[in-house]
Design a protein. Structure first.
Length: 111
């Protein structure tokens, strides 16, 4: 939720763009490289053991360096770990993020 707030408040993304990213990154107007990156990130978050050498090679084919690929994997893994930890503990977002109806709508998950 915090990342969404930063993207909206800094005007990096509009609410519509953020919604498109959270619902289907493949149809959110991203570059092919960004879609490939998010495909691998999604795989890391859902089933990291299924990431293949072909996935990594696909990132290279889109211009990502090995260092950038490590950054992608580490960032996705760390964020997934933190999100799952907070969910398991039943943590709630800070009030300032709960007060933003756009973020509440876009990040409402069944709990």
């Amino acid at each position: 939720m915090v990342h969404g707030a930063v993207l909206l408040r800094s005007k990096i993304l509009t609410a519509e763009q953020l919604e498109a990213l959270t619902t289907d990154h493949r149809n959110a107007g991203l570059t092919p490289a960004d879609v490939a990156m998010l495909d691998v990130v999604e795989k890391i978050v859902l089933d990291a053991y299924q990431v293949t050498s072909e996935d990594i090679e696909g990132l290279r084919d889109h211009g990502f360096s090995d260092e950038e690929i490590v950054d992608i994997v580490l960032a996705a893994s760390a964020r997934s770990f933190m999100s799952k930890t907070l969910d398991a503990l039943g943590a709630e977002p800070d009030e300032e993020y709960e007060a933003d109806p756009t973020l509440t709508k876009l990040t409402a998950f069944d709990r």
